[in-house]
Design a protein around this ligand. Structure first.
Ligand SMILES: [Zn+2]
Ligand SMILES: [Zn+2]
Length: 215
C-alpha cells in the first residue's frame, strides 16, 4: 500500500489516500474541502471504493459529499459516530463552521463499523480499532505497520474531550490500548505530523494518566 498525505481546509485536517498498483484506493477523512480531494484523486487517476472516517467531526467529514458523488465510494464510520454525520450540533459544525449550518450537507454512513471489523481494499486491508474518548465512535484504522489514528492521538498530544460524546476516562483507556500495541506503528493522525509509536509510547501513557486525574 502507498500513502499520500494532504492537508486541506481551515482546520488543517489530514486526508490520506491509500492505494496500490491495481488502482484500489481508500480515502481516509476527506476533510472540509471535498473538491480539492476530488481534484487530487483525478490528477492521480484514483477512484476510491471506500471513504474511511476516523470520527464524525465536521472538519473530517464536510468533504465526504463531494468525494462520494464524484466516485461512488462507500462511507464507513463507527456506528456510535454515524448520527454525527447529519447533526451539525453533535459534529461541532455549529460552533466552528462560521455558523453556516443551513447549507450543511446531510450525510449517512453506508457501512457502520465495529471494533475488529476488517475492510478489504485491493491488496490491502484495514482493521478497525474502536478508540472512544474524543468522540464516542472514534476509531483508528490499522493497515500493515501504519495506524491512522484520527484525533485520538497526535504526534504531540491527544484529542479534546469537551465536545459532544467526549469522555476523558474512555480516552485514557483508548490511549493505553494504543500504547500497548507492541509493534512500532507509524502513527498518521488527523492533524499535524506523523510519528512512530516507539517514540511516543511513554508520552501516550503519560497522557492517559493525566486524563484519569481529570476524570
Ligand atoms: Zn475531532
Ligand atoms: Zn479534527
Amino acid at each position: 500500500m502507498r500513502v499520500l498525505t494532504f492537508c486541506f481546509g481551515d482546520y488543517q485536517t489530514n486526508t490520506y489516500f491509500c492505494f496500490d498498483e491495481s488502482g484500489a484506493c481508500a480515502v481516509i477523512d476527506p476533510g472540509m474541502d471535498g473538491e480539492a480531494v476530488v481534484n487530487k484523486l483525478r490528477e492521480r487517476g484514483l477512484t476510491p471504493s471506500h471513504i474511511l472516517l476516523t470520527h464524525g467531526h465536521f472538519d473530517h467529514i464536510l468533504g465526504v459529499k463531494a468525494v462520494q458523488s464524484a466516485t461512488g465510494a462507500k462511507v464507513c464510520i463507527h456506528t456510535a459516530d454515524a448520527p454525527l454525520l447529519s447533526d451539525p450540533g453533535r459534529n461541532a459544525a455549529v460552533y466552528f463552521y462560521r455558523g453556516q449550518t443551513e447549507s450543511y450537507p446531510s450525510l449517512h454512513g453506508d457501512i457502520l463499523l465495529h471494533d475488529g471489523d476488517r475492510i478489504d481494499c485491493g491488496s490491502f486491508s484495514f482493521t478497525v480499532l474502536h478508540t472512544p474518548g474524543h468522540t464516542a465512535g472514534s476509531v483508528c484504522f490499522s493497515c500493515g505497520d501504519t495506524l491512522f489514528c484520527g484525533d485520538t492521538v497526535f504526534a504531540y498530544g491527544y484529542g479534546r474531550t469537551d465536545l459532544a460524546g467526549g469522555d476523558a476516562g474512555a480516552l485514557a483507556d483508548s490511549l493505553e490500548r494504543l500504547a500497548a500495541i507492541p509493534e512500532n506503528m507509524k502513527l498518521c493522525p488527523g492533524h499535524g505530523n506523523s510519528a512512530h509509536l516507539d517514540n511516543c509510547r511513554s508520552q501516550i501513557k503519560y497522557y492517559a494518566r493525566m486524563l484519569r486525574m481529570e476524570g
